[in-house]
Write a protein that binds this ligand. Structure first.
Ligand code: AMP
Length: 174
């Protein structure tokens, strides 16, 4: 089994001073590690009643469809503003500096859906919390949130406390 921690690369001071950016591009370049990553995340939800996987642009679009395919359900893209062509709803949320907006198509999920939420990395949790609110505004249920990497020294898991949160790799210090 590949050690994900050894494949993900730390880039200090990107995109700004003081941030250690977790660069997943070496993981993407390794087909065995990618397969194991998708297999492990999907296995957590095998046999559950999940009806859709939602992924957050951009890196949730890499892992989300691999997991959706393994679970035999569809993939829902949650996108940055102005990208989705059909009717949509939006949520604006706070980042460390400034604000960001994400959008979802109004017909992406409905009251019958139980949704697995996917992103590459959990930091402060603001992005995933906003994504969950979009799914819930459309009447669907958020079954769980799952990540490849969790920065466990940040309060992301606390912010998402009303949902089950899963991650393959927990990074406990900077
Ligand atoms: P947050 O809303 O703070 O949980 O940030 C999550 C989003 O920002 C994810 O989509 C991550 O890809 C990205 N992100 C935040 N911090 C980092 C980091 N240190 N390294 C890589 N990506 C990050």
């Amino acid at each position: 089994m590949t050690d994900i921690a050894s494949i993900i690369r730390d880039i200090p001071d990107f995109p700004k001073t003081g941030i250690i950016f977790k660069d997943i591009t070496p993981l993407l370049a390794d087909p065995k590690a990618m397969k194991e990553t998708a297999d492990q995340l999907a296995a957590l939800f095998a046999g559950t009643d999940i009806t859709a996987v939602a992924g957050i642009e951009a890196r949730g679009f890499i892992f989300g469809p691999l997991i959706a395919e393994r679970l035999g359900v569809g993939f829902v893209p949650i996108r940055k503003p102005g990208k989705l062509p059909y009717k949509k709803i939006a949520r604006t949320y706070g980042l460390e500096y400034g604000r960001a907006t994400i959008e979802i198509h109004t017909d992406a999920v409905n009251g019958d859906d139980k949704v697995l939420m996917i992103d590459d990395l959990l930091a402060t949790g603001g992005t995933m919390a906003a994504a969950c609110e979009l799914v819930e505004e459309l009447g669907a249920t958020v079954t769980a949130c799952a990540f490849v990497v969790e920065l466990s020294f940040l309060p992301g898991r606390k912010i998402l406390e009303k949902y089950p949160v899963h991650s393959l790799l927990k990074v406990s210090g900077e």
